[in-house]
Design a protein. Structure first.
Length: 415
């Protein structure tokens, strides 16, 4: 059957980025230091990234011209509080101008307060591994909200506080016992002139989890008590956890430890930010690799766009909250594969809406080919390519294709 499906009138259509991955020159962040330490897992430094720090006016206008009505980006703690307790009015004013540019272009700004990076001084105090350090994050949230809150459209406190746990489980990051003794940790501490240096997400996950769980609800309270009035939520890295051949108990245990424990602290939130890329299959003995011959993305993930529907359904039913897709995307050189991925993922969004699940919007990750953390600039998640020498932006077909869906607020034909 072919028919048109129209999304709710207030549906948010957007695309996402994160400060460190696109701004460039984020020299005071913990990631920047780590990128320059021998033996660190980073294959290259972020450098100028997409120079979005200077080019945001044109970039924001471009996002709007494509047909989107929101833009999710992060503000950079390392710029806003460059030294402990020292807040930069100039940095805050920069983000006020970005927020104003969004409004001028008809985009609802969705602001993430922390997208993986922290100031060096915070990492040198043990970062998220130290429970009391949650207070530093809450104070930063207060100060940023006091300066920016009247212009914020929606806010996410932390980006994927559970991602380290997820990628450890998937085998993409070493267990805490190995991380603790990684020589680059000692080298980073030496470079920072401190006894320790802990940068997210390469931090010890067990202690960091407790700090992040403590920080989120306190940050929500601080943001809601501050300037402005806008929905606040938490974003989570959510894989579609599937059980095969008797893997139910293992799957449920992992889901409890990685997802549910974070969903349990969203009681005061207005939405949960769903960020999904693939599925994870569990057998009785633990995680299973993708089956031989299945289509893989540049990240080595299984091509599985239906994961989004599964994680939206799980999140909505477990938390009872509206969901906002704050990230969904694919790393690929093949833009046709990207369009196929998004098209199938959006059918999942439609089915959720048709079943009465409150989905507030969909943000594609990412607006640009950008700095994909330890993997550097190789994976291509962008709707827009960026020339690394000239910073020239080139639209991929997927940009116009998704922008047209956003503008129409409808899927032209569904079956
Ligand atoms: C993160 C992004 C990252 C994306 C693609 C998410 O885990 O929030 O920063 O670039 O996935 O790997």
């Amino acid at each position: 059957m072919t028919e048109k499906f129209t999304f709710p009138g207030d549906f948010l259509w957007g695309t996402a980025s994160a400060a460190h991955q696109v701004e460039g020159g984020n020299v005071n962040s913990d990631a920047w230091l780590l990128e320059h330490v021998a033996g660190s897992p980073y294959v290259e430094p972020a450098g100028d990234a997409c120079d979005h720090y200077h080019r945001y006016p044109q970039d924001i206008a471009l996002i709007a011209a494509l047909g989107f009505n929101c833009y999710r980006f992060s503000i950079e703690w390392a710029r806003i509080e460059p030294e402990e307790g020292e807040f930069s009015r100039a940095a805050l004013e920069h983000y006020r101008r970005m927020l104003a540019a969004c409004h001028d272009n008809g985009l609802t700004p969705i602001v993430t307060y922390h997208h993986f990076t922290s100031p060096r001084w915070f990492a040198a105090k043990g970062g998220w591994e130290v429970l009391e350090n949650a207070d530093y994050f809450v104070r930063y949230c207060e100060r940023a909200t006091a300066h920016l809150g009247d212009l914020i459209g929606a806010a996410c406190t932390l980006n994927e506080p559970n991602v380290g746990l997820l990628i450890q489980q998937m085998g993409y990051m070493q267990p805490d016992s190995v991380l603790a003794n990684a020589p680059y940790r000692a080298a980073a501490a030496k470079a920072a002139g401190s006894a320790m240096f802990s940068a997210f997400p390469q931090c010890l996950q067990a202690p960091a989890r407790d700090t992040l769980l403590k920080a989120h609800p306190l940050a929500v309270a601080a943001i809601k008590a501050g300037r402005g009035s806008f929905p606040v939520g938490l974003t989570l890295a959510l894989s579609d956890h599937q059980a095969v051949d008797g893997g139910e108990a293992t799957r449920d245990r992992m889901r409890q430890a990685i997802d549910d424990v974070f969903l349990d602290v969203t009681g005061q939130d207005d939405f949960v930010g769903v960020q999904t890329y693939t599925r994870t299959r569990f057998g009785a003995q633990g995680i299973l690799p993708p089956e031989p011959g299945v289509e893989l993305t540049q990240m080595g993930y299984e091509f599985w766009p239906e994961a989004l529907e599964a994680t939206m359904r799980y999140t909505a039913s477990y938390s009872g909250k509206p969901v906002l897709v704050t990230e969904n995307g694919i790393g690929t050189e093949d833009d046709t594969q990207r369009i196929a991925y998004i098209a199938r993922a959006l059918q999942g969004v439609r089915r959720c809406l048709q079943d009465g699940i409150h989905v507030r919007g969909y943000c594609y990750w990412s607006i640009f080919d950008n700095f994909e953390w330890t993997m550097g600039y190789r994976p291509k998640f962008g709707l827009i390519a960026v020339d690394r020498e000239t910073q020239k932006r080139t639209l991929k077909p997927s940009a116009a294709w998704l922008g047209a869906i956003a503008r129409a607020n409808a899927l032209e034909s569904v079956s």
